[in-house]
Write a protein that binds this ligand. Structure first.
Ligand code: NAP
Length: 293
């Protein structure tokens, strides 16, 4: 049977996939790390997020960690009056991910974001709290309607095994995504995590999809970008999105970059493009420990 997340639907003008709970989300979203850190760029950043929303990039990813809450405050300002358009994702820090700490952390995020619920709440990375306790805390918040769904981030295959064994962690009300580092220079998940999640119809949310801009300027990307008449970031994103079951969440601090990233949705990389990218950015070819930024 074909995985439920095939690109058979659209959210607005953007291709979408279905989470395990059936909610459709656009495959291209908006990251927010480092947004809100400088007053000088604040207005441009808010405009960039709104430009993205106007174009259908309605999945916004943030975290209590980013700028100690400054990114959530900025997102709150950007989505004011438009909350219902947004699929809002935030994350709890590992040292807050206890039974009571998770609930407290969520209250802080909701306050900064100016909303009464999150669409998806992620466990940012694994810390010392027992996984079962964190999952129970997330499930309780879901029952209370404060979060619509929950997921994880930076969990590798063995962590996912442990998670899958917990009550209620699999299936429609269970884990909705694993948000992990994935881009042309970070292909480790292709060995085991990506196929495994795909077989369970759990989408991967690819963070740092353009390697925090370090990918830009690579000659292999430049050649392909010229051929398709788009920027290098669009090629890097189109490459991430070539895989079914993957959502990419680039961060863009300007409307110009948002538009350049949207161009990824029009790019279909052909066999020659993919072969050139494989040559320039080889996959490790064996399972490797999950990398994190
Ligand atoms: P990224 O999206 O790969 O790269 C962002 C950088 O690329 C910024 O410097 C941005 O510059 C630049 N950029 C974006 N679009 C561009 C374009 N069209 N042309 C040229 N430059 C462009 O890196 P990221 O921010 O680390 O990752 C994306 C999101 O993933 C984060 O913002 C965050 O929401 C999430 N994340 C999650 C984790 C986790 O542990 N779960 C870790 C890292 C990131 P401008 O700002 O000037 O546009």
């Amino acid at each position: 049977m074909a995985p439920a997340y095939r690109l058979s639907g659209m959210v607005g003008d953007v291709p979408s996939l279905a989470l395990p709970n059936g909610t459709r989300v656009p495959v291209l979203g908006q990251g927010t790390w480092y947004l809100g850190d400088s007053d000088a760029t604040r207005a441009d950043e808010i405009k960039a997020l709104r430009t993205g929303l106007d174009a259908g990039l309605t999945l916004i990813d943030t975290a209590e960690m980013y700028g100690d809450g400054r990114a959530e405050l900025l997102v709150g300002e950007a989505i004011a009056g438009r909350r219902d358009e947004v699929f809002l994702v935030s994350k709890v820090l590992p040292w807050n991910a206890t039974r009571s700490g998770t609930a407290e952390a969520l209250e802080g995020s909701l306050r900064r974001l100016g909303t009464d619920r999150l669409d998806l709440y992620l466990y940012h990375w694994r810390g010392s709290a027992p996984l079962a306790e964190t999952v129970e805390a997330l499930q309780r918040l879901q029952e209370q309607g404060k979060i619509r769904a929950w997921g994880v981030s930076n969990l590798g295959s063995s962590d996912m095994d442990e998670l899958a064994a917990l009550p209620g962690a699999s299936g429609p009300a269970g884990v909705q995504t694993d948000q992990v580092l994935y881009n042309l220079t970070r292909r480790g998940i292709e060995g085991d995590l990506l196929p495994r999640l795909r077989s369970e119809s759990i989408p991967v949310m690819a963070y740092s999809p353009i390697e925090q801009a370090r990918l830009l300027g690579h000659p292999a990307l430049g050649n392909i970008a010229r051929r398709h008449g788009v920027g290098e970031a669009a090629v890097a994103l189109a490459w991430v999105l070539r895989e079914p079951g993957v959502i990419a969440i680039p961060k863009a601090g300007s409307s110009q970059h948002v538009h350049a990233n949207l161009a990824a949705l029009k790019v279909t990389l052909d066999a020659d493009d993919l072969a050139a990218l494989d040559d320039a950015f080889p996959t490790p070819g064996k399972p490797v420990p999950l990398e994190m930024l």
